[in-house]
Design a protein around this ligand. Structure first.
Ligand SMILES: [Zn+2]
Length: 343
């Protein structure tokens, strides 16, 4: 990969020395490198870095169709996650179905090897984030075209910050309660109006509300974030949510003008992180993740029913070409391949 890049740049410099000198300092952007990978890194599962600055290996895909889920926006190829995340989602699909939710409509997880994306999300980079629609799966299978075009339904009353009671159901509450009940789920991001609805209506055990965090957007979908898996010493955890249910002044703030004020026009806009992020900004291990071989096929690393997690699928498919213990040795010694210097 790096060899190829430096060779092609050499070619470019000979062919167009003026253009090349202009671009001499341009490192390739991490979003372009990760955005061009169609399959995961077939090495041991591990998340590297932080939710908004990292990558991951050993990824598995949510199948297009499971017994109680359908994946949406297939063309984006963002159905990939760390095996722990895939376990959570398949389990949630079962629990949700039992509690009156027909099944999950699965939105974006991560790119096959994570990393910054060409469009959308700032986070979702280390295989531990997933967007689940707040619209239940219908009783039939969507066509591929529908999966691109069908819109999720906002839970809000038009033009307000409050949930529309004609749309909100006990099954919505059960979906969120089930997700929050799993030990490794650390945060559920929802619109402040949804958090308020839960604060106003949940009875009995309310401790799980601590995990439900108000955030901009998220009135069509809930963002599920799990904690750093045990296999990922390189993963940087997020600090835990403040104690208590969060049904307090911190929630009241969202119903003031302040969070919704437009940014002052005269202030220069900072470029988005993904538009400047090069490999140098990511953990060193992400170079290995980027350069690692792919599994033999997408099917070998796709999960199509709960309980059947091909935990060693990635390793099994690549073992002939790649020795994971070698990778781990290099990671622990801090010795990682460095791209060859530019000509
Ligand atoms: Zn999200």
């Amino acid at each position: 990969m790096w060899k190829y890049l430096s060779k092609s740049l050499l070619g470019a410099s000979v062919a167009a020395s003026v253009a090349f000198s202009f671009n001499a300092n341009a490192e390739p952007l991490a979003k372009d490198l990760f955005g061009s990978k169609n399959l995961p890194a077939a090495i041991e599962p591990a998340s590297h870095g932080f939710y908004s600055k990292g990558c991951f290996s050993g990824g598995l895909a949510m199948a297009k169709d499971g017994p109680h889920w359908q994946a949406m926006r297939l063309s984006r190829n963002r159905r990939w996650g760390h095996p722990e995340l895939i376990k959570v989602l398949t389990r949630l699909s079962e629990d949700a179905n039992r509690d009156g939710w027909n099944g999950l409509l699965v939105g974006d997880l991560s790119q096959p090897r994570g990393g910054p994306m060409l469009t959308g999300h700032a986070s979702h980079q280390i295989g531990l984030d997933a967007d689940i629609w707040l619209t239940p799966m219908p009783n039939r299978r969507f066509t591929d075209a529908e999966r691109e075009n069908v819109s999720a339904i906002s839970m809000l009353k038009n033009g307000t910050l409050y949930v529309d009671d004609r749309k909100w159901t006990k099954a919505h509450e059960a979906l969120l309660r089930n997700a929050a009940s799993y030990g490794n789920v650390e945060r559920l991001l929802v619109h402040p109006g949804i958090k308020k609805k839960l604060c106003d209506t949940v009875t009995g055990d309310r401790s799980w509300l601590r995990k439900v965090r108000p955030y901009w957007g998220h009135h069509y979908h809930v963002h599920i974030r799990i904690g750093c898996p045990a296999d990922s010493p390189n993963c940087k955890p997020q600090s835990p949510p403040p104690r208590g249910t969060g049904c307090d002044q911190s929630l009241a703030w969202w119903f003031t003008d302040e969070p919704w004020k437009p940014a002052p026009k005269d202030k220069p806009q900072k470029p988005r992180a993904r538009d400047v992020m090069t490999m140098a900004a990511l953990p060193n291990a992400c170079r290995i993740v980027l350069g690692a071989p792919a599994p033999a096929s997408e099917a070998a690393v796709t999960v199509d029913r709960p309980g059947i997690i091909p935990a060693n699928a990635a390793r099994a498919t690549a073992v002939e070409r790649f020795d994971p213990s070698e990778v781990l040795r290099r990671l622990s010694s801090g010795e990682v391949p460095i791209p060859s210097p530019r000509p």
